[in-house]
Design a protein around this ligand. Structure first.
Ligand code: ZN
Length: 309
């Protein structure tokens, strides 16, 4: 009598849980064994009669059960970045009330400056303008407290593992640093981002579009506060799909691209299936900042191009 092995599920680590199939079991129902080649390629010694011992398996890699549990938890969070997970950190209560008004004010500022230009305005410039402009209005003490907390708090405390990129809370970008890509209404850092973008456009063609370029802090804060509103103040959840203010590589050169054919769906998993992405993968000089399973604690972002280190 022969016992066949079928995978009944694969864990986060790629460790397969084994299921024994009895005689006469429907082979086609055993994942991994169906399809071309499947069974006929299995040598008799590969047909195991016992499931491997997981602890021994871990030991081979110098892993403990606690390591496995931590990776499982991280992986679970990344599979559903938009869901509450155990241990998530929430916005401290003293800042919660200021959340909607700070977001509304940043949105008004974006309307005032325009979507393109707002990307490069720093807080120094914004604070000066806001007080003099009724359309935006002066930031309240509580709103300032919230914005500063987000910038100065160590993001590791809420589970974001990437490095801090921008150190100056007040700085914006100058026209010497950034170039305006008129067709897309986005700015690119002149030194590294612009030549990389132009090379990509030349190799991939007009289907490649620029969806987001350089972002100074007010823009990143606006995006992050909007995420926080959606997540009911869950800072950890918001950080799984958007770098917290100060931690975004859009502050130092990275940019996001898309496919002309995808529109609003460019920031979804559909981009990874697009022809533009397929062509990006064929170009060795392009690197993604947040590949699948990245060490920053951020979901897979096939659209986010890494610029510099
Ligand atoms: Zn991005």
């Amino acid at each position: 009598m022969k016992w066949l092995i079928g995978a009944s599920g694969t864990s986060a680590l790629g460790i397969t849980a084994y299921r024994l199939l009895g005689p006469g079991a429907d082979i086609s129902s055993a994942p991994g064994l169906s399809g071309a080649g499947g069974l006929s390629e299995l040598a008799p010694e590969q047909i195991l009669s016992e499931a491997p011992n997981q602890l021994e398996f871990l030991d081979e890699f110098g892993w403990t059960e606690a390591d496995l549990e931590a990776v499982r938890l991280d992986s679970k969070k990344m599979q559903s970045p938009d869901r509450y997970a155990e241990g998530d950190v929430f916005l401290p209560s003293e800042f919660r009330q200021a959340l909607p008004s700070a977001l509304a004010r940043l949105n008004r500022a974006q309307g005032y400056y325009g979507h393109g230009f707002f990307n490069i305005v720093g807080f120094k410039q914004l604070f000066e303008t806001a007080g003099k402009t009724t359309e935006i209005g002066r930031f309240s003490i509580d709103e300032l407290g919230l914005l500063q907390w987000l910038f100065f708090e160590d993001a590791k405390n809420f589970g974001f593992k990437g490095p801090k990129v921008s150190m100056d809370f007040l700085a914006g970008f100058t026209s010497g640093q950034v170039h305006y890509e008129r067709q897309f209404g986005q700015f690119l850092f002149r030194e590294k981002a612009k030549p990389l973008w132009e090379r990509m456009r030349k190799d991939i063609g007009r289907d490649l579009i620029l969806t987001s370029g350089a972002r100074a802090l007010p823009k990143q804060c606006g995006l992050f506060l909007a995420k926080l509103m959606d997540s009911q103040g869950n800072v950890s959840l918001a950080s799984r799909s958007l770098a917290p203010p100060g931690y975004s590589f859009h502050g130092s050169g990275d940019f996001d691209v898309g496919s002309r054919h995808l529109g609003d769906e460019n920031f979804t998993h559909l981009f990874a299936r697009s022809d533009v992405f397929r062509r990006m993968q064929g170009l060795a000089y392009i690197e993604l900042r947040y590949p699948a399973g990245n060490r920053f604690g951020v979901r897979f972002e096939p659209w986010h191009v890494k610029v510099g280190s």
